[in-house]
Each structure stands twice: as C-alpha cells, then as structure tokens.
Write a protein that binds this ligand. Structure first.
Ligand code: FNR
Length: 405
C-alpha cells in the first residue's frame, strides 16, 4: 500500500500590493499593524516587528503603557483646545514625529518619499534615517520644513562630515545622532521567519559612493565584539567633534540613563530622545517609558526631551507626554501604514493618532499640552492587557452598529 503523504499547508498568499486609498478597517492608528500583515511578506513583517534577541524589550515597551491609566476629569471647558507646540524653535501643529526608520523601500516601492510627504501633509515632523532607501536629497524634496536628519557615525570621519554637509545643504533643520546601535544582536523572530537583510549597498541610498570600510582583521586573541564590531563605535570625543562641525542643533537618540542625559545637555546637545531603538538594540533594556520620568527629573523642566518605544495609540502618546516628553516619535506604525497604503496610509494613520491624542486630552480635561502632566495619570494595580495587539479584532467606536458604550 502506498503511504499517504503528510498533509502540507498551502503556501502563504503573496503580499497584496499597497493601496492608493484609505483602507477599510483602519479605525484606529493601531489597526494599521494588523492590516499590514496582508501587505508585507511574513519575513519582512517579522523584521519590522521584531527586536534584538528574544524581543524582551519590545514586549516591555508595550507593557509599560498598560501600567498607567488616564484619569478622566469633568466639566472642563476645552473648546479652545489645541496641540500646538514649539520644538527646537520650530512651530508644530502637534507633538507627533515620524521616527527614523531604515530601508523603507522594503515596505513600499516609493519608500521614504511617501512617508516624508505624508508627514508634511499631516503636520508631523519627519526624521530621515542615514540608512534610508532613498538619498536624503530626494527625501528633502518630498518633505516639509520640519525635516531632521538622523546621523549614524560612519567609520571614516570624512564620510560622517560629508553626510552632515549634505543634510545642511538639503535644508534639514536638525541632526539626530543615534548612539545606541553600534552593535545590534540579530532578531531571533526575524531569523526564524526567514528574514535575511538584502545587500546593504542596494538599499542604503545615502551611503552609495562612499569608500567601503576595510574589513576588520582581528589579531590573535582579539574579540569579535570589542575589537571587531565596536572598533568604530563613537565615543564622547566623536560627539564633541561633531558638535564643533555644525551649526545645526544636534539631538541625541538612544538615551536611557539620566546621567547620560545630564552629560549630553552639558556638552551642548539640543535635546535627547529617550529610546531603546524600539527594542532593537540591547535586549533586556528597560521599557523606554519606564525610564522617561527619571530622565526628565534629571534634566529639569526646560530641556527638550523626546520619546519613542511602543507608541500605538494617542493614549500612549498622552502617557509619554504626561511622564515628561515634549513630543513623541512613531516608528513601526509608520512602516505598517506605508506598506498598507503608501503616503495616504501614513497621513491617515497620523491623523487618527492626533485625533486619539486630542480625544484623550479632552476627556482628561487638558486643553493644551501644557495641561498634561503626571497628575493626569494613575498607576494601574492589575496586570495590563494590550488591546492593540494585532490579533485583536478592531472595534470602530463610530460605527452605528458598534455595541453601545
Ligand atoms: C528603526 N529605528 C531606527 N532608529 C534610528 O535611529 N535609525 C534607523 O535607521 C532606524 N531604523 C529602524 C528600522 C526599523 C524597521 C525599525 C522598526 C526601527 C528605531 C526607530 O527610530 C524608533 O526608535 C523605534 O521604532 C520606536 O519604537 P516603535 O515606535 O517602533 O515601537
């Protein structure tokens, strides 16, 4: 008798092409995460969603928001309410910026041109990554005036300086130096899903044309980490050198310790971004929301502090503002929205996020960002449930058939 072959599962459906319209089912900004599952190949999705190592810090970033509740207030008049702010001397309509995210053409053929255009349309600041798929000059043409350039130190100072000069010439108004990613452990979840980074030379639009760094030959007994991967990692001397090279304000991203924040302020950094790289750097690092209050307390009330890590809703943004952030960066959500519907999706996601923030402010009795503070929050005594998890069924609160509240 011929043995019956074991049942095989059908191959996964190929990802859908990005839409050119607002998708059905995007009622909340977080819905773009589940919708993106249809538009990203599983391996690419795992690359975007994953963190380094075991994703411990990715999970911590999300869980941290559940530890806080927003306290509703009654009878406050918020009819003159707004979310305007001035950040680094720039007037912004709201405190949401798009975080630097590398290689966006993995998510959409138009890549950063679409996210930059969407940020401009939705009044959000845009931070272009050193590792963007498109050159920074092309992104600048699509972006609005609130465009910043995220700088990774390069092995050769001439290359770093050339990137700075190009950013200045292209009208970027600030630099954001990311210092937490000199070494990143591979994401186990992305590896398991079969993701392999395509050759970087075809992906990193800014770095084409610079001489490739010579391969590091290790001497007997040298470490692949200390003398290898960390050989060109920047130090305080490099940061001082950079600060002396440019008149642009220099922000530092990746700050997780109050002493680092205080030292950066003393060196002349324009501000800091409290961030653990969305859990993609040190796996096991604390949630960035957990350290935000200590950083704010250390630098005092007047020094600019930005925040990212795990933001999926306007309520998350509200909590970060309440715990000390002046503004909030959005990482993965922009990639998901880009994959689903390009610039239209990103602009729509940002609009939803701003409205969610405004609704939260109104219910908490806050008519402006200045009204938001720790007094608006209460600690949650029970284990949090993450209702934005992509497996959850989205509920449209505006749907006439939605269950009554
Ligand atoms: C990033 N991030 C990042 N940061 C940076 O400074 N330069 C970069 O090139 C990148 N690239 C990048 C790629 C991808 C796919 C992701 C998901 C993230 C980190 C990013 O700026 C931000 O710190 C986190 O994404 C914030 O967390 P959430 O919002 O994604 O949870």
């Amino acid at each position: 008798m011929t043995p019956t072959p074991p049942p095989t599962s059908p191959p996964p459906a190929p990802p859908l092409a990005p839409l050119e319209r607002v998708p059905e089912g995007a009622w909340n900004a977080a819905d773009y995460e589940s919708l993106a599952a249809r538009h990203l190949a599983p391996a690419h999705r795992a690359y975007v969603a994953g963190g380094s190592g075991w994703d411990t810090t990715v999970a911590a970033n999300r869980a941290a928001f559940g530890r806080w509740a927003v306290v509703p207030r009654l009878l406050r008049d918020v009819r003159a309410g707004h979310t305007r702010l001035s950040l680094g001397g720039q007037a912004l309509a709201h405190p949401l910026l798009l975080a630097p995210v590398a290689f966006q053409r993995l998510a959409h053929p138009r890549g950063e041109a679409d996210t930059a255009r969407a940020a401009h349309a939705a009044g959000a600041g845009f931070i272009a990554s050193t590792l963007s798929s498109l050159p920074l000059e092309a992104i600048a043409q699509a972006a609005g005036p609130a465009r910043w350039f995220q700088l990774y130190f390069q092995p050769a100072r001439e290359t770093t300086l050339d990137l700075v000069r190009r950013a200045e010439a292209a009208g970027y108004t600030a630099l954001v130096v990311t210092l937490d990613a000199s070494i990143q452990l591979a994401s186990r979840s992305a590896l398991r899903a079969g993701f392999r980074m395509p050759a970087a030379d075809g992906l990193a639009g800014n770095l084409a044309g610079y001489p490739a760094g010579a391969a590091t030959a290790l001497a007997e007994g040298e470490s692949r980490i200390f003398q290898g991967a960390m050989r060109h990692a920047p130090t305080w001397d490099d940061l001082r050198w950079l600060l002396a090279q440019t008149r642009l304000p220099v922000w530092v991203k990746g700050v997780m310790h109050p002493d680092d924040a205080v030292a950066l302020r003393a060196e002349g950094a324009a501000g800091v971004v409290v961030s653990n790289h969305g859990g993609r750097s040190l796996d096991g690092a604390p949630a960035s929301l957990a350290v935000l209050p200590t950083v704010r307390a250390a630098v005092g009330p007047g020094y600019p502090v930005l925040f990212d890590g795990g933001v999926r809703t306007g309520h998350d943004a509200f909590k970060a503002l309440a715990l000390g952030a002046d503004a909030v960066l959005v990482g993965r959500l922009q990639v998901y929205a880009l994959a689903v519907a390009g610039a239209v999706g990103v602009a729509h996601m940002l609009t939803l996020l701003v409205e969610e923030l405004q609704a939260c402010m109104a219910q908490a009795g806050c008519a402006s960002l200045a009204d938001i503070g720790a007094h608006c929050l209460a600690a949650q005594p029970w284990p949090p449930v993450d209702t934005t998890a992509p497996s959850g069924t989205p509920i449209d609160a505006h749907d006439p058939n939605a269950p009554p509240c």
